[in-house]
Design a protein around this ligand. Structure first.
Ligand code: ZN
Length: 150
């Protein structure tokens, strides 16, 4: 991890240690499970959608620090957004993780999520960071489905 910036490490470690919205959501009306076989990350994302707005979002699971921190930050940034905004953010995050956008040019939209941009230098970690987003997307599309990064 020595190549990663201090800020990046701090944020990841903080979210890994005390993940936000890390619990089961009893009244969720969308739910999906995700699995990243390369690393062994497993996640369940719960969403409560009303009138196309994400009223509540939470997750459960086990995995590496990056997958957990990414899921934690995702839930933090999506609460109160519309499903269309969530979809747009998914695209931006996905591009950022692949190194296709400069987070500095896009910091307004990405906000704190920009700290994950360092992941693009570690191809094996991109799937860890994108797992929660893939799972969310599956959850928003269908009521029950299993997502995989493969
Ligand atoms: Zn992982």
């Amino acid at each position: 991890m020595s190549e990663l910036s201090e800020l990046y490490q701090e944020v990841i470690l903080d979210h890994n240690k005390s993940p936000r919205n890390f619990h089961r959501l009893a009244d969720a009306n969308r739910r999906a499970e995700g699995y990243n076989p390369l690393c062994g990350d497993q996640i369940t994302v719960y969403v409560k959608v009303e009138d196309d707005v994400i009223k509540e979002i939470s997750f459960e699971g086990s995995g590496c620090a990056i997958s957990k921190a990414s899921a934690s930050m995702m839930t933090d940034s999506l609460k109160g957004r519309t499903t269309a905004e969530a979809e747009a953010l998914f695209d931006r995050v996905h591009k950022m993780l692949k190194g296709e956008v400069n987070p500095g040019d896009d910091s307004h939209d990405l906000g704190k999520l920009a700290v994950l941009s360092g992941v693009c230098h570690f191809p094996a970690r991109v799937k860890c960071a994108s797992l929660s987003w893939h799972t969310l997307r599956t959850a928003l599309k269908r009521e029950k489905e299993v997502a995989s990064t493969e």
